[in-house]
Design a protein around this ligand. Structure first.
Ligand code: SAM
Length: 257
């Protein structure tokens, strides 16, 4: 299959975890890649689904970093299009060993075992950092997307700080996800990262989102305001108020239609 992620997923895939929380677990990914190998499988679709939008952000000769590459063919597909300087990282050694062997004939493709929270590259190394579904896999334990836990917010912040650091001024961070703008933009719209923010959508039945952050450009006032919401305390849960059998229903006749 080329569609192993959220959205329509076939039910007969043996590697599907018993709980989504396991997507946060490196051992899960190791065992998954041990089972399925490096044959291409795409979360949120392959390059053909968003090629036009992605290519609009790329320049010939760009140095591209792919975070959490998994067994996606995206890095190799970019190579075929002429973007030959692509470094792909994943924290699963099983994944990286498989991808390195599968694409051994593409000399510009680099495959490195590395944690996205701690990138071993000097500042300003890349023109483009790309991720598809990797940040989503870090958020799977969240039950309320309006109130993301401080732990997960800090985890994302760790990755985003690293992304911003390894981007050169004018570089772009491109994040491909199913997360809707009202949930995801607040994480990206932080002045500390020093980038602007915009997004577009792709997909027909199910919509996916392609966020583009441009290093060295400013966030709009609206995005800054969204970003501030991330640091507001969640509303205390209001107890539900039930209508009592004894309550008067006179209010119904007061409604003006
Ligand atoms: C949902 S899959 C997406 C795979 C691929 N990007 C795609 O589009 O099909 C998430 C991938 O991110 C990797 N990953 C998760 N957390 C990571 C981290 N902290 N550092 C590096 N890779 C990570 C997992 O091993 C897995 O391969």
């Amino acid at each position: 299959t080329r569609s192993p992620g959220p959205g329509p997923a076939p039910m007969d895939l043996p590697w599907l975890p018993d709980s989504n929380v396991r997507y946060r677990d490196r051992c899960f990914w190791d065992s998954r890649y041990r089972e399925v190998g490096a044959a291409p499988a795409e979360w949120f679709g392959g390059l053909s689904c968003f090629r036009e939008q992605l290519e609009a952000e790329l320049r010939p000769g760009d140095r591209i970093l792919v975070l959490g590459c998994g067994n996606s063919a995206l890095s190799a597909d970019l190579f075929q299009l002429g973007y030959t300087d692509v470094t792909s990282i994943d924290y699963s050694p099983v994944c990286i060993t498989g991808m390195r062997a599968r694409y051994a004939q593409c000399p510009g493709l680099q495959w490195v075992v590395m944690d996205a929270r701690d990138l071993a590259f000097p500042d300003g190394t890349f023109d483009v950092v790309l991720e598809k579904g990797t940040l989503d896999s870090m958020m799977v334990a969240e039950t309320d997307p309006w109130n993301v836990s401080p732990e997960t917010t800090a985890l994302l912040d760790q990755v985003l700080k690293e992304v911003s650091r390894v981007l050169r001024p004018g570089g772009r961070f491109i994040s491909i996800t199913f997360a809707q703008p009202h949930f995801r933009k607040r994480h990206y719209a932080q002045p500390a990262y020093g980038w602007s923010l915009r997004h577009s959508t792709y997909g027909t039945d199910f919509h996916y989102f392609l966020y583009v952050m441009c290093k060295g450009q400013e966030l709009s006032p609206a995005d800054l305001a969204l970003g501030r919401r991330l640091h507001e305390l969640p509303c205390p849960a209001c107890p539900p108020s039930y209508l009592q059998a004894s309550d008067s229903e006179d209010y119904l006749s007061a409604i003006e239609l």
